[in-house]
Design a protein around this ligand. Structure first.
Ligand SMILES: Nc1ncnc2c1ncn2[C@@H]1O[C@H](COP(=O)(O)OP(=O)(O)OP(=O)(O)O)[C@@H](O)[C@H]1O
Length: 374
């Protein structure tokens, strides 16, 4: 039985459809993250699962029961919002106990449950404080604690960390991951933050314009993106995507020739497999992660592929040097180590292993699966 199941879920506002038939099977205990550009429908989808927004078509089930017409409080979910939504006139203890009190839970049981949740979130020394006397991170922990004590079937998080500064975000993210591990609960989480998505999720759902682009593990999303949109969206800096053509050499070998004169005559060897051969002469999109690129050294392995380029910009981020090469209709990023000897204006040769590339059909944008990138 699925933890949460969405079948052909659609949502329209007036005549305008914003969610176009989404199917998702979420296993019990999974941590699912919805990501996508602003306006793609992440929050709408989460709010429909929560019952805060009606659905126009399709079915939503929680633990095998269709909940389309079940009011939000009866769905067995707890939601944590970006804005914390704490009651300002109640203490931490009262905020966390409120839902249990409404359910007429015995007072001793409330004390025990709230005490345990406060302890697990390191809130025990703040239990009698009011929200105004707490930091943003502490307030969000109270909101999470309030969700925990209700013992929901499913936790829903709507960008819970976006109001926190970077250090607190990191800390609270680790707490949420720990919570998931210890509770083994089903969690669905909306975020703009790729690090949150890649570190927290057991599976990521990437959305664009109300359409599901890929639903897979973080590793698969990152290393085997299903299409050029996912490839360009996940990762910062994003995957380099450059147009090219599949060609055959005189001795019958296959390669991609990149159609960018600023990068030198780039030939990337391709495995001689039917998936590639049938696209001979056709345009493809070549994808290469910035971290798969290294600066060529005298001793570099001759079997590596090479790209020449002029560095237009160097961004030093502490651990890395991100170099940017602009060329007609695009740019290429390389993530080099902090000690890399590169400056703006340098003409350099980059190396990469042709086994680490992604390849997409230029017309459909879909990944070309082959022995090369398996
Ligand atoms: N109440 C509403 N009436 C009309 N259109 C709406 C309403 N709520 C959302 N929309 C539209 O639905 C689409 C999806 O919105 P949604 O808030 O789910 O996106 P999102 O991916 O969560 O965006 P963000 O990351 O900016 O929060 C958008 O085009 C938005 O304008």
């Amino acid at each position: 039985m699925s933890g949460v199941s969405l079948r052909n879920v659609r949502k329209s506002y007036g005549n305008h459809e914003v969610i176009h038939g989404i199917d998702l099977e979420i296993d019990p205990g999974d941590f699912i993250v919805f990501v996508g550009p602003s306006g793609c429908g992440k929050s709408t989808l989460l709010r429909m699962i929560a019952g805060l927004e009606g659905i126009t078509d399709g079915t939503i089930s929680i633990e095998g029961n269709v909940v389309n017409d079940v009011p939000s409080p009866q769905r067995g979910i707890s939601m944590v919002f970006q804005s914390y939504a704490l009651y300002p006139h109640m203490t931490v203890q009262q905020n966390m106990a409120f839902g249990l009190k409404l359910r007429r839970t015995p007072i001793e049981r409330i004390k025990e449950t709230v005490g345990a949740a406060a302890k697990s979130l390191q809130l025990d020394s703040y239990i009698d404080r009011f929200p105004k006397a707490l930091s943003g991170g502490q307030r969000q922990r109270v909101a999470i604690g309030r969700a925990i004590v209700r013992e929901p079937k499913v936790f829903l998080f709507d960008e819970p960390l976006s109001n926190l500064d970077a250090a607190l975000r990191n800390q609270t993210r680790i707490e949420i991951a720990r919570l998931h591990r210890s509770m083994d609960a089903t969690m669905i989480y909306v975020t703009h933050d790729q690090i949150e998505a890649l570190t927290l999720a057991t599976k990521i759902a990437v959305l664009k314009d109300g359409v599901l682009q890929q639903f897979a593990t973080p590793d698969e999303i990152y290393n085997r993106p299903a299409n050029v949109f996912v490839a360009g969206f996940m990762g910062a800096p994003p995957m380099n995507l450059i147009d090219g053509t599949i060609e055959e050499t005189a001795d019958g070998e296959l390669h991609i020739r990149l159609a960018r004169k600023e990068l030198g005559d780039v030939l990337i060897p391709l495995k001689n497999v039917p998936e590639h051969r049938k696209r001979l002469g056709q345009p493809v999109v070549f994808g290469l992660r910035p971290e798969a690129i290294s600066l060529a050294a005298e001793s570099s392995d001759a079997s590596l592929s090479k790209i020449e380029c002029k560095i237009d910009y160097v961004e030093v981020t502490g651990a890395d040097r991100i170099t940017v090469c602009d060329f007609s209709e695009g740019r290429m990023f390389a993530r080099l180590p902090a000690g890399a000897d590169v400056s703006e204006g340098d003409q350099v040769t980059f190396h990469f292993n042709a086994d680490n590339i992604s390849l997409f059909d230029k017309d459909t944008g879909l990944r070309i699966e082959s022995a090369q990138n398996a």
